[in-house]
Design a protein around this ligand. Structure first.
Ligand code: AMP
Length: 696
């Protein structure tokens, strides 16, 4: 071969070769053209079908186009591109979903539970912007889709990434699964899209698809999803995109992150642009003038939202103008320029089948009604709390009664009242139990308390709840409720300290636990051994001691040793804590069993770190940072986090109290913050200076 190539070809051979190459490249060019034409046609028909819901060709014609494209791509695999319609369903995702930072954090929304709160929102904005209270601000009023938020990143019109909200700063890369959603454009339509755009919206499952999926899961004996939102979230996190594709997810869009190469100045313009690029928009959005019109449209959406094919849990009201949004800025978790009006809780009637008495972490026995399954706002409810036995007496609830059940947002459903007209007279009275349903100890009531309690700290139900709380407080992964219950019932866990004495062999005895999982759990337990004092106090699960009380206690006593010898009077004297906390903590500390458990944990290598007041220390303590422009080495949110971790504060606007303005790359060479900082004589530093300050 080599020899042949080294020979110089003669003239005829050259002509042949050239012809061959020419015809070949000619053919390739033609194939390329045909492929491109087919892709455009398919994309157009997908858009007609999945976005506009108005197809213009028959299924058979569509299938013919698709088949032809597949044939060509099979013959010329080098011409396959990731944005081809044939590439919607990819291969299995190995090793979970990688994370990726959002350029602009994906925040949550503040809630308004009634119209007054929406009016107050409007007033607040006007005060903030120093506008007269008569001024009529333009708002965009849109249904709130109850799904999973998503951000799509398009570069040069091609879908590059799809991220979940994650913690708001880092999202999970679910691109492969999002590509299976047929209404999501893999390429943008229209020629003048921005060179880079992050489009935000909601992935959801229609109520119909949800019902079908649950029926299918039920028929296979698998666990059903409680509501369409959970079903959408679960489907988006499937490791096999084929399975996600089968789940029929859909998406609607309403927002943006970073945009480069085009100025979009309002929500209204954004909607028009997104529509042109081929996105499905949230339905019934409307830009209104003034809060009165906004309320009218909110009421309208509230009246018709039941007809949407998806679940909607409220209405979002957003400032229309993007410049004004920037002036208002954001709080830590939500923007100041938007609010979510939540629909009032829904109530339905169902029947009580029986009552179960649940024993909690501190021994409280709570009666829970087991209900004939019923849908409330898209969720299937099977249990509702009856709170306590006094409440049962007051409402005169009996087993077999038809009752009104209410569910609002994520709170536990509760029984509101009995439908007296539907009583037959054979309903059974609910008796207050005398002994613990789990360990049989005699129950007691504390003075003036409504709760009935099991006194035995070694009651298995209490141990399970305490361990569950401990494990979740210390973020120990891998020990779920079922597993904990089994470990307790086999006597392997008798109190929380036993967690640190678990051995791999203990775990391997359980069905479904292999070497890998057991090793991982032990590793997780070991890495939770170094724990800050406030977290440790919280994890102990003392009655009335939640996260904020734990922090107060830790900041007062500073070390575990001092906390353990705290006196009731000392605790009661702490500003912000009352006698109930003081009594509960000192009772806990006086109990020999608790002290032994803590001692055992320390002996097992648990190290409780002394309390450190994060904000009063750190090199940036007392300094306020403002950022402008794009940073190169990190996102603005990461930079802000670093400032806070180092004891400093950040702000979104320049004032005379700003210590530093950190200037990144500026699109127009300057920014309003930079101008203002110059005027006020604020220290202006570069990203490099900022990084050096961090390193010093
Ligand atoms: P929450 O998670 O309850 O604080 O609600 C905020 C979330 O509502 C946002 O993160 C979005 O995912 C979602 N959402 C649904 N529809 C809209 C909409 N039309 N505009 C803005 N956010 C929306």
């Amino acid at each position: 071969m080599r020899e042949k190539f080294s020979q110089r070809p003669n003239f005829t051979e050259l002509i042949h070769a050239e012809r061959f190459l020419m015809s070949d490249s000619h053919e390739i060019e033609n194939v390329k053209k045909e492929i491109e034409k087919l892709r455009k046609e398919i994309q157009y028909h997908d858009w007609r079908y999945y976005v506009l819901k108005d197809p213009v060709i028959s299924d058979a014609e569509y299938d013919r186009l698709f088949k032809r494209l597949k044939e060509l791509e099979e013959k010329y695999p080098e011409l396959i591109t990731p944005d081809s319609p044939t590439q919607r369903v990819g291969e299995k995702i190995e090793g979970g979903f990688p994370t990726f930072p959002h350029s602009v954090p994906m925040l949550s929304l503040d809630n308004a539970f009634d119209e007054d709160e929406v009016v107050e929102f409007d007033k607040r904005i006007k005060r903030f912007l120093e506008l007269s209270q008569d001024y009529e601000i333009s708002y965009s009023v849109e249904p709130k889709v109850d799904g999973v938020s998503i951000e799509l990143i398009y570069e040069d019109g091609i879908l590059k990434k799809a991220l979940t909200r994650g913690d708001g700063f880092l999202g999970e890369d679910v691109t492969q699964n999002v590509k299976t959603i047929r209404s999501v454009p893999l390429r943008l339509i229209s020629e003048d899209f921005p060179q880079y755009i992050e489009v935000r919206g909601e992935v959801f499952m229609t109520t119909d698809a949800f019902r079908k999926l649950n029926e299918e899961l039920m028929s296979r004996g698998e666990r059903v999803f409680a509501n369409p939102r959970n079903a959408a979230a679960g489907s988006l996190k499937q490791l096999d995109p084929k399975e996600t594709a089968r789940r029929n997810l859909d998406a609607l869009f309403y927002g943006n992150g970073k945009i480069v190469g085009k100025k979009i100045g309002s929500q209204e313009q954004l909607f028009y642009e997104l529509k042109r690029y081929g996105f499905s928009l949230v339905p019934e959005w409307k830009v209104v003038k003034g809060i009165k019109e906004a309320l009218e449209h909110i009421r309208y959406i509230q009246r018709i939202h039941k007809d949407f094919p998806f679940e909607s849990d409220g209405v979002v009201i957003k400032l229309n103008d993007f410049d004004l949004r920037e002036k208002l800025g954001e709080k830590a978790r939500s923007p100041r320029w938007a609010i979510a009006y939540k629909f009032p809780a829904e109530e339905v009637v169902t029947r009580i089948l029986f009552v179960e008495n649940q024993v909690g972490r501190t021994g409280t026995v709570t009666p829970v009604a087991i209900l004939e399954p019923v849908r409330i706002g898209g969720v299937i409810v099977t249990r509702a709390t009856l709170h306590n036995f006094d409440e049962i007496k007051k409402k005169d609830v009996r087993i077999g009664d038809f009752v009104w059940v209410k569910r609002s947002g994520d709170v536990i459903p509760e029984i509101i009242s009995v439908v007296q007209e539907r009583r037959f007279g054979i309903e059974i009275e609910i008796r207050e139990p005398e002994v613990c349903p789990v360990c049989g100890s005699k129950l007691y009531r504390e003075f003036e308390e409504v709760a009935v309690r099991c006194p035995d700290m070694s009651c298995p139900a209490q141990i399970v709840e305490r361990v569950k709380h401990f494990v979740s407080a210390l973020d120990i992964e891998g020990l779920g409720e079922t597993f904990i219950t089994q470990l307790v019932s086999r006597g392997i866990l008798k109190d929380i300290s036993d967690i640190f004495y678990l051995k791999k062999q203990d775990l391997l005895k359980f069905w479904g636990v292999g070497d890998k999982l057991a090793t991982k759990i032990i590793e997780n337990i070991n890495s939770s051994k170094i724990v800050p004092l406030q977290k440790f106090i919280y994890a102990l699960g003392i009655r009335y001691v939640g996260e904020s009380v734990s922090r107060i206690l830790a900041s007062r006593f500073r070390s575990l040793e001092k906390f353990l010898s705290a006196k009731e009077s000392e605790i009661e004297a702490i500003y912000g804590l009352g006698p109930a906390v003081a009594q509960s903590v000192s009772k806990f500390l006086q109990d020999q069993k608790n002290m032994i458990a803590i001692q055992r944990m320390l002996e097992a290598g648990v190290k409780v770190l002394e309390y450190k007041e994060e904000e009063r220390t750190g090199k940036f303590f007392g300094k306020i940072f403002v950022f402008t422009g794009t940073l190169k080495s990190m996102t603005r949110e990461q930079a802000k986090k670093l400032v806070i971790q180092n004891g400093g504060k950040t702000s979104d606007s320049i004032s005379s109290s700003t210590t530093y303005l950190v200037v990144g790359e500026l699109e127009r060479g300057s920014s309003s913050k930079l101008e203002k900082a110059k005027k006020l004589g604020v220290n202006i530093i570069t990203e490099r200076d900022f990084l050096d300050m961090l390193r010093d």
